[in-house]
Write a protein that binds this ligand. Sequence first.
Ligand code: G6P
Length: 755
Amino acid sequence: MSRAMRFALLWVAGLAALTFGAAIIVQEQTRAWFERDLSLRANLAVSGARSDLLSSWAADGPRLEAVLGNLAQDERILGASACTTEGLSLARTSAFPAGISCAELIARVRREQPTLASGIWTSNESIPSGNVHIAVLPISEEGVEQGYVVLAQDLSFVARRDAETRLFLLSAFGILAVCASVLTLVASRMSWRDWSEELRRVLRVGGQRKEFQPILSDVRELVDRLMDNEGRAWTPQRLKETLRHKLDGEKVVVLANREPYVHMRAADGTIEVMHPASGLVTALEPILRACSGTWIAHASGTADRETADRQGRLRVPPGAPAEGDGRAARTPNDSYALRRVWLTPEEERGYYYGFANEGLWPLCHIAHARPTFRGEDWLQYRAVNRKFVQRALEEVDSPDPIVLVQDYHFAMAPALIRAALPRANVIMFWHIPWPNAEMFGICPYRNELLEGMLGASILGFHTQLHCNNFLDAVDRFLEARIDRERNAVVHRGRETLVKPYPISVEWPMRQLATVPDARRSRASVFEELGLAEDVRIGVGVDRLDYTKGIEERLLAVERLFERRPEFIGRFTFVQLAAPTRSTIDRYRQLSESVAAIAERINERFASAGWHPLILRREHHEPPTVFRYLRAADLCYVSSLHDGMNLVAKEFVAAREDERGVLVLSQFTGAARELTEALIVNPYNLDEAADALAAALDMPPEEQAARLRSMRSYLAEFNIYGWAGRMLIDAARLRRRDRLIVRLSERIPVAQDAER
Ligand code: G6P
């Protein structure tokens, strides 16, 4: 529920409680007034008839009855009765309630009010025909009590008036509440507008004074953010609206090496769809679904060609209607185009395995793998970048399209796109860390890479630290002006904003809808792995990559058993490891080393029916991954260096039951946001083992409190917000560029006029 909804509900509930309370108080008060009124009326009636009553008191019954009859003429007086001081009945009118006898009444009066000093005793009684007000008044002569007159008055009109008063009050309060709410809303809207216009005016005026400029640019950005956010959560709908309002509803073109759906020919000849293990894919897929653009990717599946058209296009998710099909227009929310690009084995070897994954990947990660730069890989890298850009240009439909260039596979693409379409909105996002300038400087092609990236209008990293590292590299290696106030680089007359946009996950996660809840996930995982019911489990999910710290993770589990032997036989760590980039030696070595460590630890600690480690070196589809994340008592993400790490966020998203503990490496971007995780240095095995033990010892309330806090953070900072913030920044730049174009078109006109 949104914050505004919660506030409105609270406001309405508060008003209802107030109205209800006020109605009760007013009702009590008016009832007391009515009763006083009835007592007064009884007093008046009896004192008016006092002499007749006295004269007929000792006379025969019919005369006294006649006097009582006169008394009861008032329409509200039901009947009257005369009683002796001993409680005997002298006379009563016919309508006097039969169930009220002199004997009982006088006995009560004597008990409760022996002297009748106030001159009247009253009580409300319930009789079969409704409620009556009974008043007992003494009849005295020369100070001696002769007996009592009892008057019974109808009370039903009080109940009627009560109901009328309540209705009146509720309606009056209701109307008042609606008027007050509308007025408050209008007033707050008006004051928000006035306030923002005033602030913008101050910024305009202040902006002309040089000394205010640095601070004003920060304030201006904050104001724009406030205006754009207006406290609303980021949803696919809001992202679409942002595109429609701020970027004229244009479709986005995404350039990202890994395709979201890979078609594979299975051993039995059928075609299967595979979802690759890639944080980038996890993050981008919901964006494309929301914006229905085109994703240009490397065709990597054995059945990719036969599932696409001649140009390599297909609608995804598989099974989505084709574009010309009427159904495509009806479901724009969920489908988009995938354009596959085929590479020759040489291109793939040079561009993907070589330059991207043996050069840039180790260069950007501090994971102690030496980068390899080969001239022929660099040539292929540049050629493949040109090939992808060519496909992107075929997909765009305006002179200033929005192109989202993703990751280290396409460092040269922004400048190539800019050369072809000078007014394009190129947003480049670098999904992995950016090293410090000294490290980056070892790359023989550093200047070309930096210049390629500076073709983008916006360059995004996960953290400010990586932005700073990039700016330092530009500062050191290029002739460029760096505006540190605005986080911008001006190179060859063009400006690139360099900003942090921490990536996130979809919220709520679509894929979780089909995954069994935590209890059932746990049961199925335990059955699959043959685990005893009382065993606790930890889970790790990664590609088999040396940056993920999988060796260190297994060693930390070993250290846990050494430091806390009570967990032997009681805790199993399950590692799901998806093979990746396996033609590269370093990855093959890693796979072997991980298997050897797992085997050694298992040999050391295993007992009948129990293993400390279960290693699954194979690809797992998302539903399986989420089932394991939901089944786990803890999840350990031990990356040695990671731009963000979305597995950590996926674990938090999966735990709707608010159980389980996240143990997270301090060297991930995620550790800056998921601060309620147990943050560890994965190289420090003692510290990591202690964190694993602390996770297993953690009481359920603390697990829930930590997860609740992280979940509410992710609900707000989700993947739609990530894309939305970049698109809003792109829209702002585009507005400015269009203005510059309009102004430059006007200048010659003005010059002509002067001539
Ligand atoms: C990282 C990169 C992604 C890449 C993913 C999987 O998350 O930032 O660009 O897709 O690893 O690697 P792969 O080489 O299999 O695409």
